[in-house]
Write a protein that binds this ligand. Structure first.
Ligand code: SF4
Length: 239
């Protein structure tokens, strides 16, 4: 087994919200975005006292112990692709030893094509966040432009590796009808069978700058999902 090590913020042995089925989730430390709506801002810095280095072998051992109860493994963050070499080696080891488990990445999509080129051979599917289709709004929400996010969605869809696009919607910030319609049209232009998960903004864990925003109500979340469905997206999940 390879000896690559990665900086891990946390692991969850059983999760039903990080991809399909029951999943072992690895949260890597460090993120290149600085989202105002981030629920885990402690994972943004490149280092943290709570994070520690794990070897691929250690992680695989933990997965193996839980494997009878798992559908798969998801690597999340922070931003998973910032430690792409570690993710690649971890997934390659799982592919060799735990073939029955699916291997997913939960990513902000801000990775160059070469990173996805290296991951696609060992990756089953990716879940990509799209914080805003509008470039300026994306910069306001995350501190970074969305060019690479859009390229990542195109590349993963083209390679058959896009599981879903996740839209975190904040009332009166990125939820207007025009934005929803444009986002739906763009996603459909990339993949006519795209699956979308609508996530309503919650204040839990968010820093002061984001806590001034209103939380999404169940009615708003259902309304956004309905608009995306009306715009032609066939598979919309709302949470
Ligand atoms: S991409 Fe995710 S982990 Fe990174 S700052 Fe944004 S919400 Fe937080």
């Amino acid at each position: 087994m390879r000896a690559t090590r990665g900086l891990v913020a946390d692991v969850i042995r059983f999760s039903c919200v990080d991809g399909p089925g029951n999943r072992f989730v690895v949260f890597l430390q460090g993120c290149d975005f600085d989202c105002l709506a981030c629920h885990n801002p402690q994972t943004i810095p490149a280092g943290s006292r709570a994070a520690r280095m794990w070897s691929v072998a250690e992680l695989v051992e933990q997965v193996r112990a839980a494997a009878p109860y798992l559908s798969g493994v998801t690597v999340s963050g922070g931003e998973a692709t910032r430690q792409a070499g570690f993710v690649r080696d971890f997934f390659a080891a799982l592919r060799e030893g735990e073939q029955q488990l699916t291997r997913y990445i939960d990513s902000n999509g801000d990775a160059p094509q070469t990173v996805w080129d290296s991951l696609i051979p060992v990756l089953d599917k990716a879940m990509i966040d799209l914080k805003a289709l509008d470039r300026d709004l994306h910069i306001r929400l995350t501190g970074r432009p969305n060019d690479r996010v859009l390229d990542s969605i195109r590349q993963l869809a083209g390679a058959g590796r896009l599981y879903e696009v996740r839209l975190l919607l904040v009332p009166n910030v990125n939820d207007d009808d025009s934005s929803l319609e444009k986002t739906a049209a763009w996603l459909l232009s990339v993949d006519s069978r795209v699956r979308v998960k609508v996530i309503g903004f919650r204040r839990h864990g968010v820093r002061a700058a984001g806590r001034r925003w209103a939380e999404a109500t169940p009615e708003q979340i259902a309304g956004w999902a309905g608009k995306l469905t009306a715009a032609g997206i066939r598979e919309v999940e709302a949470v």
